[in-house]
Design a protein around this ligand. Structure first.
Ligand code: C5P
Length: 294
């Protein structure tokens, strides 16, 4: 049976502003996503019997419709009018509940992989609609590289790539953060009829001025308050040579930007009890080449 294997890259947010809570319960975001080299791997193959099977090297992950990959395959299979069943083998490397977008990236890779396997692409609007219905971060992973996310994060505007950066990720052992909890801890005010013009203007200036190096994340204060070990990790990254450091998404991973892989490798010794990943930013071209397989 034909098989397609593709990577599902993790992301960090270099800027993450939460403007407020919307009428639908979601939060209005202004964020800059960036893909990094750390990745899961999905292997998809067609089955004669019309069912969806999911196999993962991490037994704790749900393998049925509770898994986002399962739901992504079901939606894409329906849209592609595919009779055959689908088997997905997932090699999980991106730590879970660390703000790195692993589940969302897996879902996007499942859609793109199934299109390759079926030998026909979905219309782009349909692919985006399926992705946005699966989760706020999923549409970003259809593009990769560096991109602006607005709305609940699902409205994506690709940005020019920034220069390649070395990233040291610290995934703290024993601290996981659920995204829904992190939003609750924020206690963001309800959005008023007048959107936060000042924030928006500042955000746009930040994105387009080439000041790509400024890192900011509204989740830091509330998540750091709940987990005091996280600000200590951030301070340790800075002390050990990171030019900048920030909480990844809604946490709990913290990343540092380093001038060289050698410096980042030395800094990694400061975190003997946590999982660390030495990686780098992935440009849109590199991303698309890897996930499209050409
Ligand atoms: O969209 P997704 O299912 O990934 O979101 C998970 C949870 O995070 C939502 O149920 C919601 O509580 C919260 N969320 C939010 N505002 C966003 C994105 C997510 O409140 N922009």
């Amino acid at each position: 049976m034909p098989t397609v294997a593709l990577p599902a890259f993790a992301k960090i947010n270099t800027v993450l502003y939460v403007l407020g809570r919307r009428a639908d319960g979601y939060h209005e975001l202004r964020t800059v996503f960036q893909t990094i080299g750390l990745h899961d791997t999905l292997e998809l193959s067609l089955l004669r019997r019309g069912r969806i099977e999911l196999e993962c090297d991490l037994p704790a992950l749900p393998s049925g419709r509770n898994n986002l990959i399962w739901r992504a395959v079901a939606a894409a299979r329906r849209a592609l009018r595919l009779q055959a069943g689908v088997h997905v083998r997932l090699e999980k490397r991106i730590p879970i509940a660390r703000g790195l977008g692993g589940g969302s990236s897996d879902a996007a890779a499942a859609i793109l992989g199934l299109e390759r396997l079926a030998g026909r692409p979905l219309p782009p609007e349909e692919r985006l609609r399926i992705a946005a219905a699966l989760g706020s971060d999923v549409p970003f992973f259809l593009f990769g590289g560096r991109a602006l996310g607005i709305g609940r994060g699902e409205e994506i505007y690709p940005l020019p790539d920034a220069p390649k950066r070395t990233v040291l990720l610290v995934s703290p052992s024993g601290i996981s953060v659920s995204t829904a909890d992190a939003y609750r801890w924020l206690r963001a005010p309800r959005l008023t009829a007048r959107p936060a013009h000042r924030t928006l203007r500042r955000f746009c200036a930040l994105c387009w001025s080439g000041q790509g190096s400024l890192l900011e994340n509204d989740f830091e204060a509330p998540v750091f308050r709940r987990h005091p070990r996280l600000p200590r990790i951030k301070r340790a990254l800075l002390r050990h040579g990171a030019a900048e450091a920030l909480l990844a998404g809604s946490g709990s991973a913290v990343f540092g930007i380093f001038q060289s892989p050698a410096m980042a490798r030395r800094a990694a010794f400061a975190f003997p009890d946590d999982q660390v990943f030495l990686t780098e930013t992935v440009s849109r071209e590199e991303y698309l080449r890897a996930v499209r397989g050409r």
